[in-house]
Design a protein around this ligand. Structure first.
Ligand code: HEC
Ligand code: HEC
Ligand code: HEC
Ligand code: HEC
Ligand code: HEC
Ligand code: HEC
Ligand code: HEC
Length: 233
């Protein structure tokens, strides 16, 4: 799997040069990471805009003005007008510091001592996935998980045999978004990940399972997709 690194590097460096390497969708996704006011793409779910409070004194601003029927879920410090926990009190349009400076004091549990960390979380690019003020998607996500992961990762839903939870975009059935104690950001290690949903009795009938012995599921099956029936490798 190759990663859409061109886009990621752009995000990491917070530069706009080089954006031409990305598709319109990705470009938009990355632009909105750094510029809240970027208008929504045609056909994209309408995101809540904070622009309508820009002109008002920060501490007196009405934080949520909903102009359509999409429910908007606010971030606690935003709805509570704690604007200057993130914004510079002197220059309200500027941030007080880096994302790590801003997010960490209130969210010390997101990255703990677990050794496997998701690259954008490790780099404190929290806003590549989360909106700071409001979102129509739970957990302040910029997009539903079904599309969020594919803004950086190549599609896992292209071959003839796609695993049912992958097809449905349920990445978080197996992966964690920030950190994990297991390689691959997995929620479980080895066969127990698979046996959380598959019962050995129900699998016994399948041809390949006569002599599995101590061979691991992933020796024969791909976790996501394959061109071969049974998603065999
Ligand atoms: C959790 C941190 C956080 C809080 C709390 C917060 N903001 Fe923001 N705000 C941000 C971030 C991050 C951005 C995007 C900045 C960027 O990408 O450069 C932003 C952007 C903005 C912008 C620029 C948006 C635009 O469309 O140009 C305005 C205006 C703004 N915030 C106002 C407010 C007001 C008013 C409050 C309090 C009601 C508030 N913010 C509370 C983090 C926060
Ligand atoms: C002043 C403290 C404060 C700051 C700063 C802050 N948060 Fe939060 N955040 C909160 C609180 C409080 C909640 C609600 C927690 C809860 O319900 O358990 C929350 C919830 C969240 C949630 C979950 C929302 C949900 O609907 O469950 C996300 C995601 C989040 N914050 C991301 C961020 C990011 C990213 C930053 C940095 C840009 C940030 N926060 C900065 C206090 C803060
Ligand atoms: C790759 C995308 C991604 C990045 C980067 C990311 N998050 Fe998240 N975050 C998520 C997703 C997805 C969820 C929802 C998890 C769920 O529903 O089980 C989430 C949930 C949360 C929550 C709610 C509590 C929880 O753990 O479920 C908080 C708080 C949070 N993130 C803060 C942060 C902070 C702070 C950073 C930066 C260090 C960050 N996130 C970086 C995707 C991301
Ligand atoms: C902002 C870009 C971005 C987003 C969004 C994103 N990822 Fe990643 N992800 C990365 C990068 C960069 C790496 C590191 C790639 C590498 O090491 O080759 C990575 C690595 C991974 C890995 C491998 C981790 C390891 O240690 O082997 C998994 C699994 C993963 N991502 C799952 C997800 C899932 C699930 C989502 C959606 C919730 C998601 N990613 C969203 C950028 C992203
Ligand atoms: C049924 C569980 C499961 C689901 C659902 C799942 N994954 Fe995975 N994923 C895995 C396993 C297991 C690995 C480790 C593969 C290995 O070691 O051979 C992995 C590895 C990865 C990697 C690391 C690179 C690679 O291909 O090995 C990325 C990135 C990734 N998954 C992204 C995603 C995204 C995005 C989704 C949602 C569209 C998703 N995964 C859904 C189980 C799952
Ligand atoms: C979140 C639940 C879940 C997890 C975890 C899970 N699966 Fe599945 N798996 C499914 C569902 C649902 C189907 C479709 C079942 C059906 O069609 O009867 C499926 C089907 C399959 C199939 C049949 C071929 C196919 O693609 O339809 C294989 C093989 C398979 N899974 C292997 C695995 C392996 C190996 C793992 C561990 C990496 C795993 N599964 C983890 C839910 C899961
Ligand atoms: C020695 C290789 C091998 C190993 C190891 C293996 N499988 Fe399979 N599995 C197969 C073959 C071959 C099939 C039949 C594929 C087909 O033709 O549809 C199969 C079929 C399946 C099916 C579909 C069953 C059905 O109803 O048709 C599931 C689910 C499955 N395997 C899950 C697993 C899980 C979970 C593990 C780990 C506990 C595992 N497999 C380990 C080779 C293997």
């Amino acid at each position: 799997m190759t990663l859409r690194l061109s886009c990621l590097m752009v995000a990491g460096m917070a530069l706009l040069t080089g954006l031409s390497a990305c598709t319109t969708q990705q470009r938009h996704a990355w632009l909105t990471v750094f510029f809240e006011g970027v208008p929504p793409l045609e056909g994209a779910p309408q995101r809540a805009a904070a622009g309508n409070v820009a002109a008002a004194p920060v501490s007196n601003a009405a934080p949520v003005r909903v102009t359509n029927s999409i429910p908007i879920l606010p971030h606690a410090p935003y709805i509570q007008h704690k604007c200057d926990t993130c914004h510079s009190p002197e220059r309200p349009r500027e941030m007080k510091g880096t994302q790590q400076d801003i997010c960490y004091p209130c969210h010390t549990n997101v990255l703990t001592s677990l050794k496997v960390r998701h690259f954008p979380a490790q780099k404190w690019l929290c806003l590549s996935c989360h909106a700071p003020h409001l979102s129509p998607v739970a957990k302040l996500l910029r997009e539903p998980v079904t599309t969020l992961c594919y803004t950086c990762h190549d599609s896992l839903d292209e071959k003839n045999y796609v695993h049912d939870p992958v097809k449905r975009g349920l990445c978080l059935a197996c992966h964690t978004p920030h950190q994990s104690q297991y390689p691959g950001l997995l929620k479980q290690t080895g066969d127990s990940l698979c046996l959380g949903c598959h019962k050995p009795e129900a699998m016994e009938a399948a041809a390949g399972h006569a002599g599995i012995g101590d061979r691991k599921c992933l020796q024969c099956h791909d976790a996501h997709q394959s061109g071969k029936k049974g998603r065999l490798k």
